[in-house]
Design a protein around this ligand. Structure first.
Ligand code: C2E
Ligand code: MG
Ligand code: MG
Ligand code: MG
Length: 289
């Protein structure tokens, strides 16, 4: 990596940046201005208790408001990582999410954090500062660790231990895919496991495929249980899926069945410009119990 200072901003440029297609270079240039221009927004999706279906928290999901429409994170996070832009973006997400808790709008919030962010030597101090500045309880924050091929496992373990020391929980996101492997589960200090949507979707398949998916899921929950970890199932869309997930003992459920990601709306939220219509109505203030 080559570190560069750009104006007042901060960026780490990968040497590969020179080889990016022109559309990506343009997208990156626009993304660079997204924070100062107020184009980033967080949508929140409820996470419910599998047994009672009461809301236990929300996951913050990033969106980029462009003239062409709302850009999903899948279209720009990887690029932001390549350019190191994920670091200032991640800080913005952390600040916004913590602020929603401070205002009493959310009780518990999960944010997605990329390995590159955790690799920053000042990540943990910055996290500690946000907790101190907002005065929020560390338990009201969860960090979801997403794909992080860049990270050296030894360094990752140290950072996760420091985060645990602060009292902030870490969830392993997209478990069962890519980097989120059994090895990670056995070696990393984490407190929660999020089972990837790709294991939930085939549950209702007919014949052997459905039965296989059910057994695989049951196995994953048993493994999590062996490590003393509660589980969250991602992408729960039907009541049949929810029932099967209860049957295997999954702890929490998340998905369109319980609520789509939507912007927050509460009295005095005017500084967060409310643009367009949320897919399923705004997330009610203090929706958690
Ligand atoms: P993720 O953390 O695994 O988030 C779950 C994704 O599944 C979200 O997509 C969510 O909108 C979608 N989803 C939730 N319920 C359902 C469902 O029932 N059915 C279907 N089909 N999809 C569902 P989204 O918002 O597009 O985010 C995609 C990924 O982008 C996230 O996956 C996460 O890895 C990443 N991401 C989102 N926000 C951030 C962020 O602030 N920072 C970082 N580093 N990554 C982020
Ligand atoms: Mg996530
Ligand atoms: Mg996930
Ligand atoms: Mg996923």
């Amino acid at each position: 990596y080559r570190a560069k200072r750009t104006g007042g901003g901060y960026a780490v440029f990968n040497a590969q940046l020179d080889d990016l297609p022109v559309q990506d270079v343009e997208l990156l240039a626009a993304l660079h201005h997204a924070i100062p221009r107020g184009e980033l927004e967080l949508h929140f999706q409820p996470v419910v208790d599998a047994g009672t279906t009461s809301v236990v928290g929300h996951e913050a999901l990033l969106r980029w408001r462009r003239p062409s429409g709302l850009v999903p994170p899948t279209d720009f996070i990887a690029l932001a990582e390549t350019a190191g832009l994920i670091v200032p973006i991640g800080r913005w997400v952390l600040g916004k999410a913590a602020d929603a808790v401070r205002r009493g709008v959310l009780k518990r919030v999960s944010i997605n954090v990329s390995g590159l962010e955790l690799q920053q030597p000042d990540y943990v101090p910055a996290l500690a500062r946000v907790l101190a500045d907002t005065g929020i309880h560390p338990h009201s924050l969860v960090l979801e660790l997403t794909e992080s091929t860049l990270l050296d496992p030894h360094r990752l373990t140290t950072v996760l231990e420091d985060i645990a020391q602060l009292g902030v929980a870490v969830a392993l996101d997209d478990f069962g895919t890519g980097y989120s492997s059994l090895t990670a589960l056995a070696s990393l200090p984490i407190q929660l496991l999020k089972i990837d949507r790709s294991f939930i979707a085939p549950l209702e398949a007919r014949g052997p495929a459905g039965a296989r998916a059910f057994k695989a899921l049951r196995g994953m929950v048993m493994v999590a249980d062996a490590y003393g970890l509660p589980t969250v199932a991602e992408g729960v869309e039907t009541s049949v899926q929810a029932e099967l997930l209860r049957e295997v003992g999954c702890t929490y459920l998340q998905g369109y069945l319980f609520g789509r990601p939507a912007p927050l709306e509460w009295p005095g939220s005017g500084d967060d410009r409310e643009i367009g219509r949320p897919q399923s109505g705004p997330v009610a203030a203090v929706a958690c119990t």
